[in-house]
Write a protein that binds this ligand. Structure first.
Ligand code: S3P
Length: 186
């Protein structure tokens, strides 16, 4: 992290399987920034996995914990942040994240998303027979919230995490105040 003025947060948003956590880790490493993932922060705070939280407290309970994680993480600058796919459906979360960061939407074809979400652990997809159809439905239902929250959209379909990170960095390097002067973009 820069000792001069930390840049604004680079915040990755988008559906499950869009690559937010993988790309976020790569970006953080390249920029020398800390990486925060709200799903992980929620799990740490609740001392439980996301499926366990959904089971115990329902989606509402999870969203409450997620909002607290967003508040905490948005209090600092100079980070790369990945937020859970539903976080920006709450306008209060968007306001918090925008106060200290710029939001980048990683979009992808539902076919790609379905491929990348094969492992269990996502309550909104676990047990769903046709994941691609479910993701297509979620993508349409969330499109307006995602695009209005985002300062920039990157199509991640058919691209490797490194290529997606390149695209984010190229865009970020052109945004005043997003990266600090001493942060490498290559
Ligand atoms: C959710 C996405 C998940 C996690 C939770 C709900 C959603 O995060 O927060 O299962 O509503 O889209 P990822 O997008 O990191 O998988």
């Amino acid at each position: 992290m820069s000792l001069i003025t930390p840049g604004r947060n680079v915040v990755l948003i988008g559906l499950m399987g869009a690559g937010k956590s993988t790309v976020g880790r790569i970006l953080a490493k390249r920029l020398g920034r800390p990486f925060a993932d709200t799903d992980k922060l929620v799990e740490r705070a609740a001392k439980a996995s996301i499926p366990e939280i959904f089971e115990r407290e329902g989606e509402r309970g999870f969203r409450r914990l997620e909002a607290a994680a967003v508040r905490n993480v948005a209090a600092l600058r100079g980070q790369v942040i990945a937020v859970g796919g539903g976080a920006v459906l709450d306008p209060a979360n968007v306001t918090q994240l925008r106060a200290t960061g710029d939001l980048v939407l990683l979009d992808a074809d539902p076919k790609d998303l379905a491929q990348r979400t094969r492992r269990r652990g996502r309550p909104l997809l676990d047990g769903v027979e046709d994941r691609e159809a479910r993701l297509l439905q979620l993508r349409s239902a969330r499109a307006a919230a995602y695009t209005s929250a985002a300062a920039h959209v990157i199509d991640s379909s058919g691209r490797s995490p490194d290529e997606i990170a390149d695209a984010v960095l190229l865009w970020a390097s052109r945004q005043p105040g997003l990266l600090s002067r001493d942060e490498p973009v290559a």
